[in-house]
Write a protein that binds this ligand. Sequence first.
Ligand code: BEZ
Ligand code: FE
Length: 289
Amino acid sequence: MKNLTEDGITRSALSRISGCPNSRLKEVVRALTQHLHAFAREVELTPDEWLAGIQFLTEVGRITSDKRQEFILLSDTLGLSAMVDLMANRDAPSGATESSLLGPFFREGAPFFPDGADISNGAPGEKMIVKGRVIDSAGAPIRNAIVDTWQASSEGEYDLQQTDSDQMNLRGRFRTDANGRFSFRSVKPSSYPVPDDGPVGRMLRALARHPYRPAHVHFKIAASGVRPLTTALYIGGDRYLDSDVVFGAKKSLVVGYSHSGANGASADTIEFDFVLASDKRTKAPKKKR
Ligand code: BEZ
Ligand code: FE
């Protein structure tokens, strides 16, 4: 029997997975093991610190439920979700609308609305109009695309956070017309803190980080022949654009309000062309290092 050394233990842990028949699983666990060991060595991790880390992860698991996913929030606030999303969209053609995080507040089965409908259900706040066009990479309109949209209120809360009832509010689905257009009325969203009453919130405070996302409206768009797009539009001028707690805001997705409408129904308006890439994709190419 060999004595284990600090270096030998990494080799030994790696050799234990040499027989793994699933090559991708083996690749991922090999790299994870190497990086975890290197991390422990680099920071000279003490037993007390590692125990505190395990207690933290245990709390993340405990608070996670059907309605709250603290592990995703942890991944989001560490920038890992945004990193995975960026890698997955590396091969998107230039000009295609960039993706942005889905987040925990998306709900399946939002109601379908006719074009121009108001999705705010009388929620208080400054009125806004959203006018979108869904087009392909060549600029041709995509008709019959399904546009799912959801947003926080002017007070920075999603319907899921406001009430115990299942009522959907400030969200809905639209179908694009023959010109690829859709539009709706709503109230202006505000920036908001991600749920920060759990272990991830404690982590953010310990790191002297704020918990805010800049004001935005989410979109999930699907149509036949194109790659589905999950993205969001961020309101220009928001104070958190450069420090989004989950690293989701991107320059190309920042929009401003212009004024439009008629007959006393005018409001600040967001206009945006969503460019969807063709779905002829195999696998995102590996980045050369
Ligand atoms: C959101 O934009 O809804 C969101 C995204 C990631 C974490 C929390 C919220
Ligand atoms: Fe959001």
